[in-house]
Design a binder for this molecule. Structure first.
Ligand SMILES: Nc1ncnc2c1ncn2[C@@H]1O[C@H](COP(=O)(O)OP(=O)(O)O)[C@@H](O)[C@H]1O
Ligand SMILES: [Mg+2]
Length: 267
């Protein structure tokens, strides 16, 4: 396989990359700073970005940075279940035995949050990923569910993450009760041309590469075709490493990138 051909210790451009191995791009740092601000002020925040921009990865890094004896993180990607499962899961995670009806569940969740904050001095952190998939009714429910304060401060952190059209949807009138309470908004931008080069270099080093494998023109081609979105860069580089090793090319040039993109239907 290409790993041995290019003498790599690990699979590069992996989904499982550890937060400590993050590439410190401007917007990765920007997203983390925005999340840190929310950590201090508490309340509701919005993390927006195109597919593969690095939202979930930034959320994972943020989660890792929190002290587990002070914060209890509940991560819920909307793609995995229905909203009732979500409410039940929330109640359960907050230490309650989930009730059946939605009104009862809501009361339980609010009580659970209060108890966690006042009795255990732990701040619950709710991370709702893939929120662009949320139905209107769910967004309206959230406004209700999280509309409570203690001593005039929010006892929780709620992060809504999703594609840019989530932001557009939230500007609609019927979502104002929720949007008015959003105190942090961050939209992750693509990597710049220089950052694409640094990103590829960084991932290859994390994988154990001893010398450059991608030529300058290959990097230029990747930057152009990916428009700077990390997941697209990952896909192009992985398939070009595969092609490169099959063709026994020690260096990957723009011709291999072109082949990889066309043959693997990345474009
Ligand atoms: N700062 C970064 N450092 C290293 N890899 C990154 C970084 N940001 C994104 N990635 C890579 O890009 C992939 C896609 O990011 P992800 O967070 O899943 O995107 P999104 O949730 O916005 O669709 C991740 O699996 C990871 O491999
Ligand atoms: Mg994601």
């Amino acid at each position: 396989m290409y790993k041995s051909f290019y003498s790599l210790a690990k699979t590069p451009f992996s989904k499982e990359i550890h937060p400590s191995d993050a590439f410190q791009s401007t917007d990765y740092q920007g997203a983390l700073n925005a999340l840190k601000y929310l950590q201090k002020s508490k309340g509701i925040g919005l993390l927006i970005g195109d597919p593969g921009a690095g939202k979930t990865f930034s959320l994972r890094s943020f989660k890792d940075s929190l002290n587990p004896s002070l914060y209890h993180v509940i991560y819920f990607p909307l793609s995995t279940g229905g909203v009732m499962d979500f409410y039940r899961g929330l109640a359960y995670e907050l230490g309650e035995q989930p009730k059946f009806r939605k009104v009862d569940l809501f009361r339980q969740i609010q009580q659970g949050i209060e108890r966690m904050t006042t009795e255990r001095k732990i701040t619950p952190v709710f991370i709702l990923d893939e929120m662009h998939m949320a139905k209107d009714a769910f967004l309206q429910d959230l406004a209700l569910l999280f509309n409570f304060q203690m001593d005039s401060i929010n006892p929780f952190i709620l992060i809504l993450a999703g594609l840019p059209h989530l932001k557009t949807r939230l500007t609609l009138n019927h979502h104002r009760p929720l949007t008015q309470r959003v105190i942090m908004k961050y939209e992750i931008q693509p990597l710049s041309r220089e950052e694409v080069s640094g990103y590829i270099d960084h991932h290859m080093k994390v994988a154990g590469a001893k010398m450059p494998i991608f030529t300058e023109t290959a990097i230029e081609a990747i930057a152009q075709r990916s428009q700077g979105w990390p997941r697209v860069i990952n896909n192009i580089t992985i398939s070009s490493l595969l092609f490169g090793s099959q063709l026994k090319k020690e260096l990957i040039d723009e011709e291999i990138i072109r082949l990889a993109v066309e043959e693997s239907g990345l474009q």
